[in-house]
Design a protein around this ligand. Sequence first.
Ligand SMILES: [Zn+2]
Length: 275
Amino acid sequence: MRIVARGNANILIDYGEPSCLYRCCVRYSGSLRQNNLYTLENFKYINETIKPLLGDLLCPMELQVIPIEFLESIRGELGEIIDDSNVIVTKLRNLRPSEFSTVLYSDHFTRLYTTEGKSKLCLEFKPKWLYNSSDYCRNCSHNVLKGRNIKYCYRRVMNDPTCLRETFQNGVDKAFIVNLLAYFENGENVLRKLYHLQKQAHTQVLGEIRNNDDVTDDLLLEMTLKDVTCFLQWHVDGDISCQIVDVDLKPKEKWVHWLKTETQLRDLNSKIYAN
Ligand SMILES: [Zn+2]
């Protein structure tokens, strides 16, 4: 057993089953019980709200209850107060199996992996804000704000997939580029789907919010849909499949952070208006 990834809100555990990963909430650092309650609430949210929207695009997942003694070696990661005898985790399909061991490309939004024989590729990417109601590109402008020198964004890819050609230049199978561009040019692709769902959920303006109670379910959904991770697998025979993870319910209190970012972007002189 080992931790394969750590985020602010979750850790990902390889529990020795090659096809699965265990996702464990650590959002509330004080209490294991509180993290367990969030996992239950989040699982219900995903099943009732996200799954009907994403269908087969959603990564298969189920709840798993693990007695705390089976996680002894990572006990310190589970919360300062171990006030429960079990850890409730979400068992997910591993969308980047260990055979994808070589990283061909990596930036803040994208990682491209290949297998030893290079007959398969796995593209891990965060599309972020495909729909936004402002006249500037939220993704590209946010890159400027954060000092990230990234020449493309997935909003641009959605409108002009050829911009990826420049990004994946070195050591990437040309057939992959051809198949990937054809996939993103097809109206049924994952970016188009997320764009429409983000647009549909956009019913609330951040500037209207005064306190947590003002935050609508639509805004929480919109922000979840703007923070997902996609895993696209390509096989040398041209086959492409894609699934989505990181579809967690956002805490209402995050509206303060969202509004702060929006204000910073509005005041930024060097916003990017293209795409
Ligand atoms: Zn952009």
